[in-house]
Design a protein. Sequence first.
Length: 187
Amino acid sequence: MGFLPVCLLLITPKENVSYQLISFSALLPAIFLLIDWHQSSERKGLMGIITRGGGTPMVLLAEWVVPALAGAVISSVVVFTVASPPPWQYWITTVLSATSFSIVFLLTEQYAKYAGRVILGLLWIWQISEKSNNITDFVFFTDYSSAVLAYDTTSSSHHPDSFVLASIIVISLAATTYILLRKRQNI
């Protein structure tokens, strides 16, 4: 995962690097906080202590909320290097994208540890190298924040409102998948 920033600098056109850094900063906390968390001895010890007191739901909630909030905060600070007043759609899209990525990354770490990392990394690399205004812009939700900022009224780029709607759809799918897998695991 440490190779991703290097790929960003090598693959992305120079004029888009700052936009892609904003998207990457929203994903960064999930990458560094959640790698190997699910199998770690710290998590097992914490769950052993908390389970006795009935606090398991709080730990499960914090596992994806903390990286999501950290990503949204970091990205919200970094955005001012690119866009003085970012559009209102940016704030919604960044929070929802960071939360979606945090949930998806948590699930891949739990169910497909190394394969999940590689797949998410390769998809992100492909997404930053591919800059077409077609359906692939909506498939890879990791770029929604920068896509909102890159909107230009003179070009044929997607309107920022479409990324807000796409973010809502992605967070709904990610949260539903997470809830269903948690219920399946508890049964």
